[in-house]
Write a protein that binds this ligand. Structure first.
Ligand SMILES: Cc1cc2nc3c(=O)[nH]c(=O)nc-3n(C[C@H](O)[C@H](O)[C@H](O)COP(=O)(O)OP(=O)(O)OC[C@H]3O[C@@H](n4cnc5c(N)ncnc54)[C@H](O)[C@@H]3O)c2cc1C
Length: 538
């Protein structure tokens, strides 16, 4: 039997964004936080580097703003950048107050460093401003916030619940536009339950799983973007997908990132025949920015028809390698690769979704009562290329501002009246799950080949044609069979893929992460690619 629930705030997603929003709301509100797998299954847990913020006396808001604008290829919204950076110190202080065990700086107060925690530097940042917990910052943040949430009786943490679609007044044929909650598959019972809420928050992470190779965990399927689109929200800049240049390539290794620090310490990129190739692409060779290295690898793999290239640090002393990169060393060894003597097979992998659901500076979408925060949202912060470690910061700043907005509107919004149950009377159990698996593979492969690091108009047209066929097939499947996590994700992935392709086709230039051979130059004026859903334009 399906069930009905009512909460003041329904938060779909238990990563950095969802948990920080829930913890910033007062204890008298009934809050549900959903995760479609276990609570740790989002990207947050896997973040390594840290969080960018203006923390040291030698750093300034202006400098962080300028660095972000430079990385963003002329497309950042300066007001969103400034808003985020101006709130960065307060966001970090909040994390410290929650108990996040950031790495301390042994030299604080001794030299010019004035901050008690260690700050590191990453590509694009002109100052040391990345606060971190060793090389596992995401795990430290997630564990701490989860612990805090567990101590709050008003927060219900619900695992294995997959939001299928949002419930809006429009969907129910009522007057008004408001979001009233969501239909949610309970994977244990197999039933779709109805969650009514005064406010609903999408904190569902990114969509990197739309590509064959990704550094993201399995759930990064763009569910929030697809649900918001179907509910009538505009989406923006979905053509900007950041690729990390070096992900381990091994049949059993899913999503393992080889940190850029290896190249920083002298690792060389080589072709299968052992030849070095980066100097042909950029004078900075292996130390060129992420997008240039990823593009060069992609070019060589396509030119040679190679499955991967190799990252080689074996010319360095074994003790140095083990001392500096214990995690990479251990992990590769489990796959039979001894990085002190062998090169590491690597491919670029989809890493971060810069575009998303359009929101204001409180995370509010076009649909009243519906918020989007974290990687699923488009705030204008990242422009055409996200700067390292700004993404977690965005989760905390907007998590907090969305909570503030909800609080301000609380007294004017009632609990929705009883909502209709999910109608499963017309569907049966699927006996052809192979179709889902096949479509899933096909989608991720053609997105990789045609909508990947280097694009052309022809490749985009091919992808568009294929995604339309897939969408029709998936729609038919969705109308006739009971929903499962795989089907929900495939439906959303295909929808987001279609939006990405459409956005890429609209951009007649190369800018930031969008590079097309047919329009290699950047236009003098930068514009966002904003897509309007049919329901919104009605
Ligand atoms: C390997 C790796 C390293 C990174 N390193 C850094 C770094 O050093 N610094 C930095 O700033 N950023 C980093 N990033 C990016 C950053 O980690 C993410 O952008 C950020 O964690 C996203 O947080 P989120 O809360 O938006 O989503 P996530 O943490 O991805 O959480 C998404 C949540 O939504 C839930 N969900 C999704 N769909 C549904 C659905 N349909 N129903 C119910 N629940 C659903 C999931 O179960 C999950 O709980 C890294 C990312 C990766 C993958």
């Amino acid at each position: 039997m399906s069930q009905q629930f009512q909460h003041d705030v329904l938060v779909i997603g238990s990563g950095a964004a969802g948990l920080s929003l829930a913890l910033n709301l007062p204890a008298h509100l009934r809050i549900a936080v959903l995760s479609k797998g276990d609570l740790a299954n989002g990207s947050t847990f896997w973040a390594q580097g840290g969080v960018a913020a203006v923390l040291d006396d030698t750093d300034t808001v202006q400098s962080h703003v300028e660095d972000t604008l430079n990385a963003g290829g002329g497309l950042c919204h300066e007001d969103a950048v400034r808003y985020t950076v101006e709130h960065s110190r307060e966001a970090i202080q909040w994390l410290i107050d929650q108990g996040v065990p950031f790495t301390r700086d042994e030299h604080a107060g001794v030299d010019e460093r004035s901050f008690e925690f260690h700050l590191t530097r990453e590509g694009g940042h002109s100052h040391r401003r990345i606060i971190h917990a060793a090389d596992a910052t995401g795990a430290a943040i997630f564990t701490t916030l989860l612990e805090q949430a567990r101590q709050r009786p008003n927060i219900e943490l619900l695992e294995q619940r997959v939001a299928v679609d949002l419930i809006t007044q429009r969907r129910l044929g009522q007057a008004g536009e408001r979001c009233l909650g969501a239909y949610v598959l309970n994977r244990a019972s197999g039933e779709v339950d109805t969650f009514g809420a005064r406010f609903t928050v999408l904190a569902t992470g990114g969509a990197a799983k739309v590509y064959l190779y990704t550094s993201n965990p399995d759930g990064a399927c763009g569910d929030g973007i697809a649900m918001a689109w179907r509910a009538g929200c505009r989406v923006a800049n979905l053509e900007f997908n950041q690729f990390h240049p070096t992900c381990l390539y091994h049949p059993q290794a899913k999503s393992f990132l080889i940190t850029e620090a290896l190249r920083g310490e002298g690792a060389l990129l080589k072709l299968p025949n052992g030849e070095r190739f980066m100097p042909r692409f950029d004078p900075r060779a292996e130390l060129a920015p992420r997008d240039i290295v990823a593009r060069a690898i992609d070019h060589e793999m396509k030119r040679l028809g190679a499955d991967c290239v190799y990252l080689d640090i074996s010319h360095k002393p074994a003790e140095f390698i083990k001392g500096h990169f214990p995690t990479v060393y251990e992990r590769c060894l489990t796959f039979g690769i001894d990085i002190t003597t062998q090169p590491i097979p690597v491919v670029p992998a989809a890493h971060y979704t810069c575009g998303g659901v359009m929101v204001d500076d409180h995370g509010l979408t076009d649909v009243p009562g519906l918020y989007a925060i974290g990687e699923t949202s488009f705030t204008g912060l990242h422009g055409a290329n996200r700067m390292a470690s700004n993404s977690l910061l965005e989760c905390f700043v907007y998590g907090r501002s969305a909570a503030t907005d909800i609080l301000a509107k609380l007294s004017s919004v009632d609990m929705p009246e009883a909502l209709p149950c999910w109608d499963a009377s017309q569907v049966t159990d699927s006996d052809e799950d192979v179709i889902i698996a096949h479509n899933w593979d096909e989608l991720r492969r053609f997105m990789w080949d045609y909508v990947g690091i280097v694009r052309t108009s022809k490749r985009l047209q091919r992808a568009e044609h294929r995604v339309r066929l897939l969408l029709d097939e998936i729609d038919e499947f969705y109308s006739n069979y009971k929903v499962s996590r795989d089907l929900i994700e495939l439906r959303n992935l295909a929808q987001v893929a279609e939006l990405m392709i459409r956005s890429a086709m609209q951009r007649k230039e190369s800018r930031g992460l969008h590079y097309t051979l047919d329009y290699p130059d950047m236009l003098p004026v930068a514009h966002d690619t904003i897509l309007q859903p049919p329901t919104y334009a009605d």
